[in-house]
Design a protein around this ligand. Structure first.
Ligand code: ADP
Ligand code: MG
Length: 385
């Protein structure tokens, strides 16, 4: 039996136990990893992003009433709410991701149907691969199927982002939801966060993407994220622009002394990172290994020294990745402060790479990391049964 059938059987069993019947439809949405473009999304810049095979499934069955009843297999927890009175619940914070999506969709005039749902994700939670967006987008997909209407993928991403921003209270950019909604199997996306357009980027055959999870909990990510965002917005405003995206590298270098030292440092990272996104896309298409190494190394250095989103565990992981057989280049992923990192690796050497990284990182930190190759997966939709 393939792993997808196995997962469906297991979830069907859990669904039976909780709701006494079988699910009638399955929504899924992928997590993502940024290949280049840390914190560029809220600066309306570029990101090279990959929808990954790790995803969130919701097994669902419509109900006759206006209730949504949920069970998360990952958390072994229940949550429920009524579509007639959607309020945030601090005791069931995870349920707020689904409540938020329901509230935003309803406010937009979509007809929602209550359902019983079992949630299962292979995206690690709070590790920078965006389990939150996967949960939101899978939820929107279930509501869409149950209500017999359809959203354009970009609009779906925007509404899910709004749910996370306004209902859950996390001021994230569009990257995560966009990737989860618009992603296509087999390619990365070069996303322009200003006009929300994207184009597929197919990586050269021999290059694999390997996630290296530091397993270091991202505790500072929330508060520091808000500060970085505010500093970038202040910098852009002082330079007379709507967003840092609107400043070229050349102009920035001639004007950065107009900014305070710390704000200049933050802005410089973003302006340079934006430029690296476009260059990395070109290098990955043709398989230019030397350029991949140089760009990813600069991205990691900038993240540590200029944007200051590094932690010692990330340094240890970077060292382990760069030493491992088959490595082409490596950098941080997600918001930083721990969580997952990403490496480009020669496809035939993925296993030797992963083994070496696990050994060296464990020796350096005492933490057992996780490493796995990911392939580009399709964006959110129903699981074909
Ligand atoms: P990330 O998106 O990087 O994984 P976030 O902090 O943005 O990290 O989102 C993680 C939160 O999303 C979890 O703490 C939980 O509330 C919610 N979540 C994600 N996946 C699931 C799941 N399978 N079951 C229940 N809650 C989930
Ligand atoms: Mg998230």
């Amino acid at each position: 039996m393939n792993s997808s059938n196995l997962r469906r059987n297991q979830l069907t069993e859990v669904f039976q136990q909780h709701f006494g019947t079988a699910p009638s439809l399955w929504g899924r949405a992928p997590g993502r990893v940024d290949l280049m473009g840390s914190h560029t999304d809220y600066n309306l810049g570029y990101v090279l992003t990959l929808p990954i095979g790790r995803d969130t499934w919701i097994a669902a069955r419509p109900r006759a009433d206006r209730t949504v009843q949920l069970y998360s297999l990952n958390l072994e927890a229940q949550a429920s709410f009524s579509l007639d009175r959607i309020v945030s619940d601090p005791q069931q914070r995870w349920g707020n991701y689904l409540r938020g999506v329901a509230q935003v969709l309803q406010a937009e005039g979509f007809n929602l149907v209550g359902f019983d749902g079992v949630i299962h994700s292979t995206v690690p939670m709070s590790s920078g691969l965006s389990s939150s967006a996967a949960l939101e987008c899978a939820t929107a997909t279930v509501f869409e199927a149950l209500g017999s209407w359809q959203l354009d993928p970009v609009r779906k991403a925007q509404l899910c982002q709004r749910a996370e921003n306004q209902f859950v209270g996390v001021n994230c950019g569009i990257l995560d939801q966009y990737t989860s909604c618009v992603g296509q199997a087999g390619c990365a996306l070069l996303l322009d966060c200003r006009d929300l357009s994207s184009r597929p980027v197919k990586l050269a055959e021999g290059i694999a993407v390997v996630i290296c999870d530091t397993k270091f909990k991202r505790e500072l990510a929330g508060s520091e994220y808000g500060q970085r965002r505010a500093q970038c917005e202040a910098g852009a405003q002082q330079l007379g622009r709507r967003a840092l995206r609107e400043i070229s590298l050349e102009e920035f270098y001639t004007r950065e002394q107009e900014l305070s030292a710390e704000v200049a440092q933050r802005c410089r990272f973003i302006v340079e990172e934006n430029d690296r996104v476009l260059k990395l896309a070109d290098a990955l298409i043709v398989g230019d290994r030397a350029t991949v190494l140089s760009l990813t190394t600069k991205s990691f250095r900038g993240a540590g020294e200029l944007y200051e989103i590094g932690v010692p565990a990330m340094q240890s992981m970077m060292a382990a990745m760069l030493k491992a057989p088959g490595v082409i280049g490596a950098r941080q992923a997600g918001a930083g402060f721990g969580g997952c990192m990403v490496a480009f690796v020669e496809r035939e050497q993925v296993e030797a790479f992963a083994e070496s990284v696990r050994r060296d990182y464990h020796n350096a930190t005492g933490i057992q990391p996780e490493t796995y190759a990911v392939e580009a997966a399709a964006g959110t939709g129903l699981v074909a049964v």
